[in-house]
Each structure stands twice: as structure tokens, then as C-alpha cells.
Design a protein around this ligand. Structure first.
Ligand SMILES: Nc1nc2c(c(=O)[nH]1)N[C@H]1C(S)=C(S)[C@@H](COP(=O)(O)O)O[C@H]1N2
Ligand SMILES: [Mo]
Length: 326
């Protein structure tokens, strides 16, 4: 058992320390001079105004000992600025406008956090998040994220392959699907006071999709723990599927025999299928999926089949009619 994935205080750099060290490295003598001014030194680590644009969102902590992404798990396309990826969000439990989640995320308490491991596994039970992560090394993955609304980003995630976690759960021979649920707590997630969806948010994968090495359980992004608006402390990332499959703030993982009920499919079955593989040839009933706007770009670009991951995942769907199984 290795210690690399452990999210202990010892291995996670304190955010203030991280900010000061990064500011020092970034702006050298100027930052050092500013930090040495009596007023700044006493006020507890607020970074100089000039650096605030690049500061991580409140409450996140730097992650240490992250294994860099191998080539097949990274794109060299320009990464979406962290500022954009953490202020332009879909997390309806924290509001339906794109800037609502960042404003409301302070309500979400992510410590302590436990995950219910349920269904067709050797030993169902409630597991503290630290225990779930402890046996695993944290890995970086730089993936495209394609929202069904036809915008996209490139995000450097930190997490562990879902397949590694599932294997440790010892699924029984009946386990053919994996079902996930987001936290249900209208006090922390006030969007749940409105019946926009049938809460809690639910998602699911076929077991072979869940076991695929691209499928990530993310605990961080941009080298830091996840901000609340991005699904802290634990969210799914399935880069060849539309973004809504990447369920946030997960509290339960259930292995089961039947295809799980999923939130968007339940809410609008004619618009959102169970599979939700990115497919430029199958239009949403209300808009085309042929093109997308990369956040920060002005012009649209063509959308790629399976979001550009077809060489790794197309074989999962051999023989399936991808127009019917949208
Ligand atoms: N619980 C929950 N998970 C969710 C959503 C949501 O509203 N609630 N939105 C989904 C959608 S539509 C997208 S595009 C991604 C957005 O992830 P990001 O905000 O980290 O970019 O989260 C997905 N996961
Ligand atoms: Mo989305």
C-alpha cells in the first residue's frame, strides 16, 4: 500500500503557505518585498492584489505527490483558465445561472465526508473519504469537457481511476452497472428547495464504462482540491460523454444488475439518453451538436465523436445503434 494518495494534513500543503510560496516563485523579489511589509505580514496571508487574479477559490488546498498524466490521458491543447472553470459552472443544486455555484459554494460543507458503497459488492458500508482514497495514488488527467449545451473546456483534473476503486469493492457477478448519487441536503444545496430535477442528482455508467481507464473519480483540479462549485470533495469525470454524466459531490456508489435511473434522462428522456456519448451526428432536439464553443474562444469548432476519445472508447459500443442509444 502506498501513501501517495492520502489526503492528510501532512501531505496537503496549507493554502496560505502555498500562496506565499507560489507568489514568491512567480514574482520573485517583488513578492518577497511585499510579504515583508509589516501590514501584509500581519494580516494572515492575503496575497498581494496583483496576484489575486490567479488565486485559487476559497477553501481549496494544494495537492502534493500527484503523478503526472501519461500521454494518452492528457491533451496539449491550451487549458481553460482556472478563473473560468471555477466561475462558469453547471451545479443546479447551487443555482441555475452559470455564476450561482461559485457564489453559493460556501454553503457546502465537505469535511467530514463519507461515501456509501452499496449493492452487489463484498462488504457494503459507509466509508470516510480519506479511507476510500488512502490506497490510491493521485493522478493528473488533462481532459476536454464537452457540455451538452455546446460549450467546452480543457481541465487538468486530479483523481484516481474509478476502476481501481471498484475493483477494491469486489463486485459480485451480478454487478453490471454503477449508480451514483449527489448529496441531498437543501440547507447546503439550496437549489434542492426548487424542483428543477427530482433530487438527489443521479447518474450511472455501464460497468465496462466505469472500469475504463479514462474514467476518473476526481478530488482536485489545477493542482488543488476541488472547489465546491466543481463538485467537492468527490466528482466523476467521464471525458467522452456529455458533462452531465460527470456527477458532483458524490455520497453513494452502488453496483447493481439493472440500468440506473439518471436525473436528466428521467427529466427529459427525449433529450438526454442514458449513454450521452458526445456525438456530433445526433442533434439535441433543440440544437445541433455538430459544433461547440471552447470557453475563451470566439469562433466555434467542430465537435469530435466521443469528444476525441474514440480510439480509446469506441469499441465499448461495437454493434450498438448510437442514434437509438443516445
Ligand atoms: N450534482 C450535479 N452534478 C453535475 C451537474 C449538476 O447540476 N448537479 N451538472 C453537470 C453538468 S451539465 C456539467 S456540464 C458538469 C459541469 O462541471 P464543471 O462545473 O466542473 O465544469 O457537471 C455536471 N455534474
Ligand atoms: Mo452540461
Amino acid at each position: 500500500m502506498n501513501q501517495i494518495g492520502k489526503l492528510s494534513e501532512r501531505e496537503v500543503t496549507d493554502r496560505d503557505l502555498y500562496l506565499r510560496r507560489r507568489d514568491f516563485l512567480a514574482t520573485g523579489a517583488r513578492a518577497a518585498m511585499l510579504a515583508s511589509l509589516p501590514g501584509l505580514a500581519a494580516c494572515g496571508g492575503d496575497p498581494p492584489a496583483q496576484a489575486s487574479e490567479a488565486s485559487p477559490p476559497a477553501g481549496t488546498r494544494a495537492l502534493a505527490h500527484v503523478v503526472p498524466a501519461p500521454e494518452r490521458f492528457r491533451t496539449d491543447e491550451p487549458q481553460t483558465p482556472r478563473e473560468d472553470a471555477t466561475t462558469y459552472n453547471n451545479f443546479y443544486e447551487l443555482g441555475t445561472d452559470k455564476d450561482d455555484p461559485a457564489r453559493n459554494a460556501h454553503r457546502l460543507r465537505t469535511q467530514p465526508w463519507s461515501v456509501a458503497l452499496e449493492g452487489e459488492i463484498a462488504k457494503p458500508g459507509l466509508v470516510p473519504l480519506e479511507d476510500l482514497l488512502r490506497p490510491h495514488a493521485l493522478e493528473e488527467r488533462i481532459y476536454r469537457l464537452r457540455c451538452v449545451e455546446a460549450w467546452s473546456m480543457v481541465i487538468p483534473w486530479v483523481g484516481i481511476p474509478l476502476g481501481d476503486v471498484l475493483r477494491r469493492m469486489n463486485p459480485t457477478s451480478k454487478a453490471r452497472y454503477v449508480a451514483f448519487e449527489t448529496l441531498y441536503d437543501p440547507e447546503q444545496l439550496p437549489g434542492q428547495k426548487r424542483r428543477v430535477l427530482d433530487w438527489p442528482y443521479r447518474e450511472g455508467l455501464r460497468i465496462d464504462e466505469a472500469m475504463h481507464p479514462l474514467t476518473l473519480l476526481a478530488v482536485g483540479m489545477y493542482g488543488e482540491t476541488l472547489p465546491g462549485q466543481n463538485g467537492a470533495p468527490l466528482r466523476l469525470v467521464v471525458p467522452w460523454k456529455y458533462g452531465f454524466k460527470s456527477i458532483k459531490s458524490i455520497v453513494s456508489i452502488r453496483l447493481q444488475a439493472d440500468e440506473p435511473v439518471t436525473s436528466w434522462n428521467q427529466s427529459a428522456p427525449g433529450e438526454y439518453g442514458f449513454y450521452a456519448n458526445v456525438n456530433p451526428e445526433v442533434s439535441h432536439p433543440r440544437w445541433s451538436q455538430a459544433r461547440e464553443r471552447r470557453i475563451g474562444d470566439w469562433r466555434k469548432r467542430p465537435t469530435l465523436a466521443f469528444n476525441g476519445y474514440g480510439d480509446q472508447v469506441a469499441s465499448l459500443y461495437a454493434g450498438m445503434d448510437l442514434r437509438r442509444n443516445y
